[in-house]
Design a protein around this ligand. Structure first.
Ligand code: FES
Length: 262
């Protein structure tokens, strides 16, 4: 699922998170060194690193929040994981902020304790973030058969028939993700004609538009469930429930979609 906060298809959040990770790790390392070496300059370096980490974390959170709301498929296992990832990040930010504010007043063992807790939380959050990218493919910019690019459009449900594409826009086995008043529907072209179906895989909510379409069968990118795009029937699990399909109509070089389910 292509990131909504990206530059030329490169998601911004994974680029920016390297900064707070480096700064917060450096904070803990220099604070420990300042004790081991009894050297105040290490402690001062940690002061600066901690402040830089807090600022960098807030900046990195912006594209992360955009991806949370606009990229991660709703009502999916990835949304749950992304929520845990976000909460872990907020908590570790608060922990490092508390450690920064307590640097002068509290005992140094309290500061090191807080920073160690924040460091462990950062590892847990990184694990969740990695799963979101490497397993759930959040931020992956897919290509379709015939080297077609990821295709996406935002439409309004104003008429009975919604203009969804123009003919020639999609080749066989290519898909287009349509956002229609909060609904996510995939329009696809097969050898038999145009089809439309819910973007949500009935297993754990994977985005089918981010998967693969071969000979009219769409495969979910998360655990490989397959559905007949024409009828919505499950062809292979782990999904057990069919997906909803919608009527399409080709008229005057345009492809229309009706939201009444087939
Ligand atoms: S979410 Fe598991 S197969 Fe689609």
């Amino acid at each position: 699922m292509k990131s909504r906060a990206s530059i030329k298809g490169h998601p911004i959040h994974p680029i920016l998170v390297t900064f707070p990770i480096a700064f917060f790790t450096g904070t803990l390392v220099f604070d420990v060194l300042s004790i081991l070496k009894d050297n105040a300059s290490y402690r001062q370096t940690a002061d600066y690193l901690e402040l830089a980490g807090l600022i960098a974390a807030i900046i990195a959170a912006v594209p992360g929040v955009i991806d949370y709301f606009f990229t991660v498929p709703p009502a999916s296992s990835a949304k749950k994981r992304a929520t845990q990832h976000g909460l872990a990040n907020v908590l570790l930010l608060l922990i490092f902020a508390a450690a920064y504010l307590l640097r002068v007043k509290a005992s140094f063992s309290v500061v090191i304790g807080l920073e160690s807790a924040g460091f462990i939380l950062m590892g847990i959050s990184g694990w969740l973030g990695g799963t979101l990218v490497y397993r759930n493919q959040i931020g992956v910019d897919p290509r379709y058969a015939g080297a077609g690019k990821w295709n996406e459009a935002y439409l309004k449900d104003q008429d009975k028939l919604i203009e969804a594409a123009v003919s020639g826009e999609l080749q066989n086995d290519q898909m287009k993700l349509l956002h229609i008043d909060g609904k996510r529907i995939v329009l696809a072209k097969t050898a038999e004609g145009y089809v439309a179906f819910d973007d949500r895989c009935t297993h754990k909510g994977g985005s089918l538009a981010g998967g693969m379409m071969v000979c009219g069968t769409v495969q979910c990118p998360w655990h490989g469930s397959q559905f007949a795009s024409q009828t919505g029937d499950v062809k292979a699990g782990p999904a057990t429930k069919n997906i909803h399909t919608y009527e399409t109509l080709v008229k005057d070089g345009k492809i229309y979609l009706s939201l009444s389910t087939v």
